[in-house]
Design a protein around this ligand. Structure first.
Ligand code: MG
Ligand code: MG
Length: 623
């Protein structure tokens, strides 16, 4: 698959954008007119820069408001087109995007549109230019890709074809199956963009909220699958207008973009295999249909089986040790060669890392996930351009495959074991008497705060590299603004990761106000809370108003309600089951949560999240 990206996706100057695209590994780019117009470089310079960088100049865009106009306007439009075709020859470019008219069209007549497009195609032919005509979702008369293609067929000129843009097609919910019936020679260009499902006018949605494939909710693998079945072999290029990406680091966004195409390529191949008529007919192996476009695949991974460990980094570890001890964790000793402690409760393992932690407040630094094969999972992540984390190890110690997540949390891919144990724990606590695990516990979920400019990138990272499934996002009210909360989880809920995008006020405040947490699931939360209280644990204090509201909503048995209130426990219930939980005070930027899931309760106590935010806000501002 030939990969491309429109320069409008990125921040920076045209030169910076081109360099970032080359570094990220794109085959070609679309030059967005404004980037050229505002550039100090001549078209010849840009052409040379692209050649030096090994970048194809695949599409010049956009050419707007051409068709369906009065004769006078047509004349002016053809003059404008002539100037652009000459410019393209200086750039060494041969394909231009012409969007369906949104502003100046006054005549709704396909015969007229076809005759005007035929004139444009004739002129383009004289310049050796190919015109890719695209139906904008908000085009005045042409807003449907099948309509645009009908016009292309009517004109039937070698220099006129169509451009398929996933946003314009999927935002309008057009059926994508008829793409397969388009003559591949008439598909001059394909643009892909994802988007969250939003209820708003389609122009604003398109201009501000497009995201890279895998970061939104469009069925892009299916769209691409139809394009591949049509026989298309040209560039697949990202055209993503996004307010955040346009002000984020250029190179980093280009890498995020490239990751999205690598992932989309794999997902498209998967979609094709799963819907192939050969497969349905059970024709067996080796008979998979081949299409003109070759789709690369990635090392295959299953979703992770569970959390292997969570790691907190701290200079002064006293408060963390105290908290874990009060919660009922057992100290399993120090690592035999590193300045690292291991604490466990059942299968929940917490590492306190004191290495390279000078002057740092306690913070979540790393997460380990159980995978079938750390090497395969690491190969996949690296092919998806995840940065590798280097960790020093001694000869006889387990080597962890590590990658760095967008918020720089280190992600370790660990060998899972059927009984949930971890071999590396034997590197800890030599000579120490091990206490029999008093409690059955696992890491239930981890809640990570995401910098605002890397939120979408994080969703794609965990989807593509770790095979977690993004759930519909929620917005949680807090005293400092709405917290956007995105759950990423495995289908069986064994791994649950919650990505939180904090409001600007929180993000700008001192880092330590930006709180993250690790939640542990136990069998009996009330008993765990009582034991913790007896050990002197400082609970997050829940206001009495909460319990009144709880009683009003759930009509709880008075004794149970009193227990909840006495122990600062939070409660939720839905059709699947019940959820009990409590939070500890925060140390540095970390706090802990203990949960008990009853029945098949699958959530996170979302109705209680505003209470937690408000109490934490209050305790921070009291200091
Ligand atoms: Mg487009
Ligand atoms: Mg972090």
């Amino acid at each position: 698959m030939r990969t491309g990206i429109a320069t409008v996706c990125l921040s920076g100057t045209l030169k910076e954008k081109m360099q970032a695209c080359a570094i990220a590994g794109f085959d070609g780019i679309e030059i967005f007119e404004q980037d050229l117009v505002t550039s100090p470089h001549s078209p010849e310079d840009v052409r040379k820069m692209a050649a030096d960088l090994g970048l194809g100049l695949d599409l010049y865009q956009p050419f707007r408001d051409f068709d369906g106009v009065t004769p006078d306007l047509l004349k002016a439009n053809l003059r404008r087109a002539d100037a652009k075709f000459k410019l393209m020859s200086r750039l060494g470019m041969d394909t231009i995007l012409v969007c369906s008219n949104v502003a100046t069209a006054t005549i709704d007549d396909d015969e007229l549109r076809a005759s005007q497009l035929a004139e444009l195609a004739g002129l383009a032919g004289d310049h050796g230019v190919k015109v890719a005509y695209e139906a904008l979702a908000w085009g005045k008369y042409v807003n449907d890709y099948e309509h645009a293609y009908r016009l292309v067929e009517m004109v039937d000129h070698p220099n006129l074809g169509t451009c398929l843009d996933s946003f314009h097609i999927l935002s309008r919910d057009w059926d994508t199956a008829p793409i397969e019936d388009i003559n591949a020679e008439k598909i001059f260009f394909v643009q892909v963009a994802d988007a969250p499902k939003l209820s708003m006018d389609v122009l604003s949605w398109s201009r501000h909220y497009r995201v890279f494939p895998g970061e939104g909710q469009f069925e892009l693998a299916k769209f691409m699958g139809h394009v591949v079945r049509a026989g298309y072999t040209g560039p697949v290029s990202l055209e993503v207008f996004n307010d955040v990406f346009r002000q984020s680091d250029t190179e980093r966004t280009a890498v995020d973009a490239m990751r999205s195409l690598i992932w989309l390529e794999e997902q498209s191949a998967k979609w094709l295999a799963s819907t192939s008529t050969d497969a349905a007919a059970g024709n067996g192996s080796g008979s998979r249909r081949r299409y003109p476009m070759e789709l690369a695949t990635l090392p295959k991974v299953n979703e992770p089986a569970g959390f292997n460990f969570a790691e907190v980094k701290a200079d002064d570890t006293a408060q963390l040790e105290k908290l874990l001890g009060q919660l009922g964790f057992g100290f399993e000793g120090r690592h035999r060669t590193k300045d690292v402690q291991l604490w466990t409760m059942g299968q929940a393992r917490v590492i306190i890392n004191e290495q390279a932690a000078s002057h740092s407040e306690p913070a979540i630094a790393a997460l380990g996930f159980d995978v079938d094969s750390p090497v395969i999972a690491s190969a996949r992540a690296q092919q998806l351009k995840a940065p590798v984390v280097a960790r020093k190890v001694q000869a006889d110690e387990e080597v962890f495959q590590g990658i760095s997540a967008p918020d720089s949390t280190e992600i370790f891919l660990c060998q899972g074991s059927p009984d949930g144990t971890a071999a590396w724990t034997h590197e800890f606590g030599e000579g120490l008497e091990r206490s029999a695990a008093p409690q059955n516990a696992v890491i239930d979920h981890v809640n990570l705060a995401q910098p605002w400019q890397h939120f979408d990138e994080a969703v794609l990272f965990y989807t593509s590299a770790l095979a977690l499934e993004p759930q519909p996002f929620a917005e949680v009210p807090s005293p400092s603004g709405l917290v956007r909360s995105q759950v990423m989880e495995t289908s069986n809920g064994a791994v649950r990761l919650v990505l939180n995008l904090a409001p600007a006020q929180q993000a700008q405040a001192a880092r330590k106000t930006y709180q993250e947490h690790i939640a542990f699931a136990v069998d009996d939360l009330v008993a765990t809370a009582r034991d913790a209280r007896d050990r002197g644990l400082e609970f997050l204090q829940i206001p009495a108003n909460y319990y009144e509201d709880l009683d009003a909503r759930f009509d709880l048995e008075p004794g149970f309600l009193a227990t909840l209130k006495e122990l600062n426990l939070l409660y939720d219930r839905d059709a699947n089951g019940e959820f009990l939980h409590f939070y500890t005070a925060t140390v540095g930027s970390v706090f802990f949560e203990m949960v008990e899931r009853r029945g098949n309760y699958d959530g996170y106590g979302a109705p209680n999240a505003p209470v937690r935010h408000a109490v934490q806000y209050d305790s921070l501002h009291r200091v």
